[in-house]
Design a protein around this ligand. Structure first.
Ligand SMILES: [Zn+2]
Length: 183
């Protein structure tokens, strides 16, 4: 199961998550942080649900050729998934959720999550402002085919696998308990 505890985040991100919540509260918006660290298997399932086999196979080949075979294996291991609406471009390891450097949040209105921007513009705008204030990168600003409104991350980069070599990625994921079944 994905964690929704901000204590699962790295200390710098945990601190910022608290500040974002405070900022929203001060401005009259109640915010639910519903995902922090997401297990690699869960990311793999989301990834497979989001794309056709050609795209998935291409990603597997790319990961293997770049030394990330241990991530390609996770995509293979979760098996075929019924394709739905595209919800993520990120394969396992390609999301900052695996590194404790991202969270997903939604503004609440009368206790109910307002997933659609058009249903609660002022809430989403406040959330976006809070992220900017804390120097976080907002998924609503991603230059991709879909905007990831709930998503916030510490690093402006789009892909953690471009930041570190395979052995470092493997070490971080192991330390986070994502590669040894603790999640
Ligand atoms: Zn996210």
């Amino acid at each position: 199961m994905a964690s929704r505890s901000i204590k699962s985040l790295i200390p710098e991100m945990e601190k910022k998550a608290r500040l974002v919540q405070e900022y929203c509260k001060t401005n009259g918006v109640s915010l639910l942080i519903y995902c922090t660290v997401r297990p690699l298997e869960e990311q793999a399932v989301l990834f497979r649900k989001s794309h056709d086999w050609k795209f998935i196979e291409n990603k597997i080949n790319k990961l293997e050729s770049r030394g990330f075979g241990f991530l390609a294996d996770i995509i293979k291991d979760v098996g075929p998934q019924k394709q739905i609406k595209s919800v993520t471009n990120a394969a396992p390891g390609e999301s900052f959720h695996a590194y404790g450097e991202a969270f997903d949040a939604v503004p609440l209105l009368s206790g109910k999550p307002m997933w659609k921007y058009s249903d609660y513009k002022s809430g989403w705008d406040t959330y976006a402002k809070a992220l900017k204030e804390c120097d976080l990168t907002w998924g609503g600003n991603f230059q991709q085919k879909f905007k990831d409104l709930p998503h916030a991350q510490l690093c402006p980069g789009s892909n953690p696998l471009k930041l570190y070599p395979p052995e470092v990625i493997k070490a971080i994921l192991t330390e986070n308990g994502l590669l040894n079944g603790d999640y």
